[in-house]
Design a binder for this molecule. Structure first.
Ligand SMILES: Cc1cc2nc3c(=O)[nH]c(=O)nc-3n(C[C@H](O)[C@H](O)[C@H](O)COP(=O)(O)OP(=O)(O)OC[C@H]3O[C@@H](n4cnc5c(N)ncnc54)[C@H](O)[C@@H]3O)c2cc1C
Length: 390
């Protein structure tokens, strides 16, 4: 079935994946409506890092320059310590970092402001998706909306996935739990602390703020504390003072605590005029810092596929064949990383410390980048020649 060049899409979800997808579709002349269930657009108070593959997608979306102006180089993976403060790897001053750290709200705002020709409707919860002869119809708390394509960017517990992939399993608990916060404390350089069955990171973001996270193994999901900040401080007793200072400087009510889930691989990311992007498609462990990066890759590949042909289903099939292998490979790597980071007891931790210490600090950035080349070296496809579909 052919859609005219510049078809119509409903994007369900206004997170980073949804906004990036809307921006990418807007860029190929599509008319896009974003439906966001929350009363306003926004991201919770935490940070994230983006790697070169993700930054290349922001370039393709036309916001790379703005992102680089907002991002702060993150040296954490090249500046590793033990909880007792032993330095395993120290990045030399002046060493550039391929990673940039962001406050989530800054990144989200950047994408939102670039949506000049798309309509974003907040407070509209999507309840289901069905096809009829003429296309695909989204049901929501604000009524029905018809489009040439529907993109499910509605996160971990995606309604679009539930509606069109009814056999899919709910996200699975991965055995990790994470606390996060933003502190207004000066910190020149980011770092990471690797402990037995736990780790922490500190990442400077724009405007003198620092994002910190503490990830730990835990037996079951759902355990919460009246004082989450106190719970973190108890768990990092004796860890480096500059890390503890960040947690102490975070307002207690602003400390976020979530359990970590990922998604078993789906058999396909697109079905008859409906595609999934971001966490809805491949929710993954945060241990490779790639969830948003993969959502950005989805967005640019989806738009390039739709731009290449007027046949929506052929374009979505192409999107599936390009994105599924890579995003599921990345998710598997993230799961393996989480297992390695969190499952090690004292012996595993001692082995990690010993092997890390084998690589001289001066070689570590090159060593790490070589290991991550397949992940970080991905670049968006060049704009293809358009073929006529059908
Ligand atoms: C601890 C942690 C650290 C991370 N660090 C990094 C990092 O450093 N780098 C990185 O790249 N990634 C990181 N990630 C992953 C990244 O945060 C996610 O992959 C990314 O934010 C997913 O974006 P999304 O738009 O797909 O989903 P979401 O951000 O979940 O957005 C989904 C949106 O859909 C809306 N919605 C849901 N249901 C409906 C409905 N029925 N109707 C309408 N709207 C709906 C929601 O309100 C929400 O706004 C991290 C994740 C975690 C948990």
């Amino acid at each position: 079935m052919n859609a005219p060049r510049g078809g119509s899409a409903v994007v369900v979800g206004g997170g980073i994946g949804g906004l990036a997808t809307a921006l990418a579709l807007q860029g190929i002349g599509w008319t896009v409506t974003v439906l966001e269930g929350s009363a306003s657009l926004g991201e919770a108070g935490a940070g994230m890092s983006l790697s070169p593959n993700a930054l290349a997608c922001l370039d393709a979306l036309g916001v790379g320059e703005g992102a680089r102006a907002l991002g702060v180089p993150f040296h954490g993976p090249f500046d590793l310590r033990t909880p007792a403060g032993r330095r395993l790897v120290t990045a030399r001053p002046g060493t550039p970092s391929p990673l940039l750290g962001f406050h989530r709200a800054d990144l989200h705002g950047l994408l939102g402001e670039a949506l000049t020709r798309s309509s974003v409707r907040t407070g509209v919860k999507v309840t289901g998706v069905h096809r009829d002869g003429g296309g695909v119809v989204v049901s929501s708390t604000a009524g029905e909306l018809r489009a040439d394509a529907v993109i499910g960017a509605d996160g971990a517990h995606s309604t679009v996935r539930g509606s069109c992939w009814p056999e899919s399993l709910p996200p699975r608990f991965t055995g990790g739990t994470v606390w996060r916060g933003i502190a207004a404390v000066p910190l020149e350089r980011g770092f990471m602390v690797m402990g037995p069955g736990a780790y922490a990171l500190a990442m400077p973001v724009a405007r003198g703020r620092v994002y910190w996270a503490h990830v730990r193994r835990c037996a079951r999901p759902g355990l919460r504390h009246e004082d989450e900040r106190g719970a973190v401080l108890d768990r990092i007793e004796g860890w480096p003072a500059d890390l503890r200072a960040l947690v102490e400087a975070t307002p207690p009510e602003a400390v976020l605590h979530h359990d970590v889930f990922d998604l078993a691989p789906l058999p396909d990311l697109a079905r008859r005029r409906v595609a999934l992007v971001g966490d809805a498609a491949h929710l993954m462990c945060p241990d490779l810092a790639q969830g948003a990066g993969q959502a950005l890759e989805d967005a640019v590949v989806l738009a390039r596929s739709l731009d290449a042909t007027g046949d929506v289903d052929a374009a979505l099939a192409r999107y599936d064949s390009e994105r599924r292998p890579r995003s599921q490979w990345v998710a598997a790597q993230a799961r393996a990383n989480a297992r390695q980071n969190l499952s090690g007891g004292r012996a595993g931790h001692a082995a990690l410390v010993a092997t890390t210490a084998l690589v001289p600090s001066s070689l570590w950035p090159r060593f790490a980048e070589a290991g991550l080349a397949r992940l970080w070296g991905w670049r968006p496809p060049v704009r293809p020649e358009r073929t006529t579909g059908g």
